[in-house]
Design a binder for this molecule. Structure first.
Ligand SMILES: Nc1ncnc2c1ncn2[C@@H]1O[C@H](COP(=O)(O)OP(=O)(O)OP(=O)(O)O)[C@@H](O)[C@H]1O
Ligand SMILES: [Mg+2]
Length: 197
């Protein structure tokens, strides 16, 4: 299975998503995370700590892919149309993370317009969703469903433990002494289950 994570807008949780989907897939079979972003956030994350799967850049990936069952690819924000097309056609599933705010949702619509002409298999993931009483997450989901768009049943809630995980170079389930690490991990493992089911 090749899963690519992409978005037009920066900072919507692509790298966090790619990394945690890789952590989930690794619990099932050998998984490779390919860092396709020149800012190398995923590789830096891996270098800071200790991840249970291998992370390589896209050039090295060519050599490694045959040894892995699942490949997760992190990509840069603001891809041009051509890049997006190559990305979309080169994977089994394109995961499109978006935070539920108006700016990110607007950028998502741009991606969807670009994807319309392609036979891409994609699914939208709501990320960095603020806790109640905010209703932005619920409203964003309702508007996506009303537009008949494929959206993951699970949303990724906004938890500071995700930032801690990045700092410590681990996945959230490995963060110690944070009461939210379990529920934060559950968000991504539910997405992983949806992908693999
Ligand atoms: N669910 C979440 N809850 C809280 N913070 C989060 C969550 N997901 C991501 N973040 C934080 O938001 C910031 C951006 O996340 P991330 O780097 O994953 O986004 P990105 O889309 O890969 O960004 P870029 O476009 O720069 O590559 C980081 O500081 C990250 O720790
Ligand atoms: Mg990133």
């Amino acid at each position: 299975m090749i899963v690519t994570v992409a978005s037009f807008k920066g900072g919507v949780g692509k790298t966090t998503t790619a990394l945690h989907l890789a952590a989930y897939c690794q619990t099932l079979a050998p998984t490779l995370l390919v860092d396709g972003d020149l800012n190398r956030s995923a590789l830096d994350w891996a270098k800071r700590g200790n991840l249970p799967f291998k992370v390589v850049d896209e050039k090295a990936a060519v050599k490694f892919v045959r040894n892995y069952e699942h490949i997760i690819v992190d990509t840069p924000a603001r891809p041009n149309l051509e890049e997006l097309k190559t990305t979309a056609t080169g994977c089994d599933l394109l995961v499109l993370p978006t935070s539920p705010d108006a700016l990110a949702m607007g950028a998502l619509l741009q991606v969807l317009t670009a994807l319309k002409t392609l036979e891409a298999n994609y699914k939208i993931l709501l990320t960095i969703v603020p806790p109640p009483p905010s209703r932005t997450g619920i409203e964003a989901r309702e508007s996506l469903i009303a537009a008949n768009l494929p959206v993951f049943k699970a949303s990724i809630r906004r938890f500071s433990v995700f930032q801690r995980a990045a700092l410590e170079g681990v996945s959230v389930n490995q963060v110690k002494n944070d009461s939210k690490s379990g529920i934060a991990w559950r968000c991504y493992s539910m997405v992983g289950e949806e992908i693999m089911s």
